[in-house]
Design a protein around this ligand. Sequence first.
Ligand code: LEU
Length: 502
Amino acid sequence: APPARAEWTGQVGFILSAVGSAVGLGNIWRFPGVAYENGGGAFLIPYIVALLTAGIPILFLDYAIGHRYRGSAPLALRRIAGKLGEGIGWFQVMICVFIAIYYTAVLAWASSYFVYSFDIRWGDDATGFFVNEYLQLADAPFTLHFVPSVLIPLVIMWIVTLIVLGAGVVKGVQRMNVIGIPLLVVGFLALVIRALFLPGAVDGLNALFTPDFSALLIPGVWVAAYSQIFFSLSVAFGIMLTYSSYRRRKSNLTTPGLVVAFSNSSFEILAGVGVFATLGFFAHQQGIGVGDLEGLTGVGLAFMTFPAIVSEMPGGPIFGMLFFGSLAIAGLTSMISIMEVILAAIMDKFGLTRLQATYRIGGVLAVISIVLFGTTSGLTALDTIDNWANNIGIVSSAVAMTITVLWIRGSGRMLAGHLSALSTFKVGRTWLFFVSILGPVVLGYMLVATIIGLIAEPYGGYSAGYLLIVGWGSVVLMIGGSLILTSRRWRYNPDNFEPWPQ
Ligand code: LEU
């Protein structure tokens, strides 16, 4: 028989770990830029709609499947929907493989910049420093020279991640979150409060929160809101499913889910406030409007614009350490959850021990990540893979999972009953409507729109050949990988099993 499944020590350990996964790089560097680009204050409407109609409902679905069928994504989904379900589970694992490889790179940069903040190492030209001295970006992608400034923190981050995972669900993952999350909250609150007292802060907040209601008519704004919610809440690609498979038999499922979802969104909005207050200060320094600043999104915001601001600020080193320290802790606790999806699946299917899975599979991924991102090829591949993994990978996975579990298997009512059995917050028709009707239809539409958009207009101005290999190629590898993994033999019969009634 397979070894007994690990269990969190209780509800608090679970909630902190789930919050640790949800709150990550997505909240601190992705959200503020995405919100700003998609209508500022008006983005909050699609964002809240996406949270309530898809984020929370699919979070509950992940919880119900993971808990009732007690398995990693491929195991639990196989138990509910046979080989098709297993294939979707492995597809979710493959999404995590791709995310893991680049997520650690950003984490490594954040930890370098934490150290660099002590003496503002980047000097007066933050952009030049990041691109030329720190990353040493080559002109063409795919030139492989190791860059020690990135290589060293990258190797350290992989070692830390694998040590935590190797120590197990309770002694590693839970402990890391129980220590990390309070630290993150304190550090980040200090940063936001400081930012609010900077001259010009109010202009920044106005720039973020002044609504542009015409943005609500643009479909792309809605797509951006839904993808942001999935990535940020860690739903629909195996993470919350895996974490809830470690909960005890008698568990309140929906109430902690609401705590996790609202904590994550509060943190996200707080990050928007902190980042934009800081940008307001920067615009004020230069005597321009916030709207005229450049580099407000993605990688540029955190590693070019922010360092430049830190250099101009009284007490800059402390501010920089708080910012990059928060980014690193938030990123590390999320990185661990991404890897746990992969390791749990490998342990379940092939019967490896946790240590074997951690060092073998984790080791291989670490090497790939280090070769790709510890070298001069770095930045370009990262944003391309990020775009395809989120907007195509995660959205497809949500559509495939809801259609299979709810339409093909028709398990909606049973799962609603499972969720409500011991929860103070009961779910019923409204939940079923969101996950089984609105979800697949709206998300399916978004997916088609995104695919057409990506074909019509080359992403980020890259060449078609590059996008074919790196962008679409990633999706082909995800599908291929899941087919191969699904075809392998199980070490222990996965169907020899009784679902948990609560
Ligand atoms: N939810 C995480 C974040 O917002 C990402 C996920 C891939 C673990 O950064």
